[in-house]
Design a protein around this ligand. Sequence first.
Ligand code: GLU
Length: 311
Amino acid sequence: MAVGRFAPSPSATLHLGNLRTALVAWLFARKAGSDFLLRIEDLDQASARPEHEASAIDHLSRLGIDWDGPIVRQSERRDLHEDALATLTAAGRTYPCYCSRREMLAEAHAAISAPHGPTAPIGYPGTCRELSARGRAEREAAGRKPSLRLRAEAAEMSFVDQLVGRVSGVVDDFVVRRADGMPAYNVVVVVDDHDQGIGEVVRGDDLVSTTPRQLLVARILGFESPMYAHVPLVLDPEGERLAKRHGAVTLDDQNSLGRSDAEVLSVLAASLGLSDNDESVTADVLVERFSIGRLPEGPWILPQNLLEPVT
Ligand code: GLU
């Protein structure tokens, strides 16, 4: 039985798309009789807000999504993240990178406009990979703060996603520690999932392309990777990725439009092929009905009337 989780970043209030993904993650776990954990991904303290954490907890609970054990916060696990970075470095798999974002954009642009098109996979071009000790010292002397990158050795990683199918990608030398000193998401998420015994990662499909990087980190650290299911995102009526600026997209907004929490759950369930429109359901009923095969394949286009008051 694969332990599941939902791992919101408390940088904004959860919107209907986030809540729908959380519901799917919860259904995967509960259908299998597995534990389900809530992890607050407040790694980036600059954007994390306690009120967003509080509303995430409140909104999930109001939909009937529950979790086991204490809520874990990424910000409280820095030691574990540092240990992993030390292991990667001790294995000779990291190097300091002094490139600024501007320099990298210029390089990427040059690669794309080269006569024969890009020669390397899009991603970090490897500028600092073989920097000499002198080259490093010069940059340090100029006051540049390095980030730390993984020596990915252009590893090709693939996996079979339960919703998306086979995915593979060539991993670039991505950042494992940001120039401000913070361990980067692609390492932290792997460490936390491993430490918490997560067997199944269900999350939005905007993160599919990050998964090969995470698989590589897991392989170098000697961790078994979880199974993955990337859920198609919710799009607004114009086909754009749903965001707060689209209006009444949070649970509280929906309440203000006249839709109760139970009615929002019904809307989400219908969007997942688990109920008829307007049928009233509970989270527990959805567990009984859930199967991966019932989930729609494409994104859910939010109907315009959901952004308008109930008549
Ligand atoms: N914290 C990420 C987000 O809110 C999710 C990361 C994950 O599920 O692995 O988009």
